[in-house]
Design a protein around this ligand. Structure first.
Ligand SMILES: CC(C)(COP(=O)(O)OP(=O)(O)OC[C@H]1O[C@@H](n2cnc3c(N)ncnc32)[C@H](O)[C@@H]1OP(=O)(O)O)[C@@H](O)C(=O)NCCC(=O)NCCS
Length: 175
């Protein structure tokens, strides 16, 4: 993959339908059957991935969404939260990666790393002290990916996927 053909662009409010589609698709591909029941996945998608919710999230000044483009095609996306948009309160000046997703067939080609490098650049511009995220304990490949990129485990939290009580591993990268 030629890195000069990779780009990151900010998601605009008028991109809401596209973002919803890629958000639903990548979530389903990552966490659908056999990892979770259809019922729990559909419930979660119907609660979290609605056009209204996604549009409001794009409009929130403390959240930022980005698309990763390869040869001008969307191959992944990223959601960052700062200030009160962060999904947990963690002491210190931080930024949260709430979502980082690469479309299945483009995984393992450096796009996730490219998105992460951009998060680090943005975090440094905002002069935050650390980046943090929550990842499902069973999502070993993502945990590996974060560890290889310097993130350290610092906590665990409960996460509900429909009726299933799951554990999220909290990880952070300090500067
Ligand atoms: C986790 C995720 C974002 C990582 O993105 P990615 O694009 O697959 O990651 P990268 O390609 O940058 O790196 C992954 C691996 O590919 C390798 N790689 C990177 N560039 C490569 C290239 N050009 N050729 C071959 N392998 C390469 C990396 O070394 C890395 O391997 P390692 O883990 O053994 O070190 C992505 O796999 C994903 O979307 N997964 C499903 C959704 C998900 O779990 N999201 C996170 C929720 S918390």
């Amino acid at each position: 993959m030629e890195s000069q053909e990779l780009k990151i662009v900010k998601v605009r409010p008028e991109d809401n339908h596209t973002l919803l589609e890629i958000g639903r698709q990548t979530f389903y591909d990552a966490f659908g059957s056999p990892h979770n029941t259809e019922e729990n996945i559909h419930y979660y998608l119907s609660q979290k991935f609605t056009l209204e919710k996604i549009t409001n999230e794009i409009l929130n000044p403390e959240s930022q969404f980005f698309f990763a483009l390869y040869k001008d095609k969307i191959v992944g996306y990223l959601k960052l939260n700062s200030g009160s948009a962060q999904t947990e309160f963690i002491k210190g000046n931080s930024i949260e990666i709430e979502r980082i997703y690469v479309i299945n067939i483009y995984q393992g080609k450096g796009i996730g790393k490219y998105l992460l490098d951009n998060v680090i650049r943005i975090a440094k511009e905002k002069t935050v002290a650390f980046i943090w995220l929550g990842v499902w304990e069973k999502n070993k490949s993502a945990i590996n990916f974060y560890q290889q990129n310097g993130f350290k485990i610092f906590d665990k939290h409960r996460f509900m996927l429909g009726s299933d009580k799951q554990t999220d591993i909290m990880m952070r990268l300090d500067f």
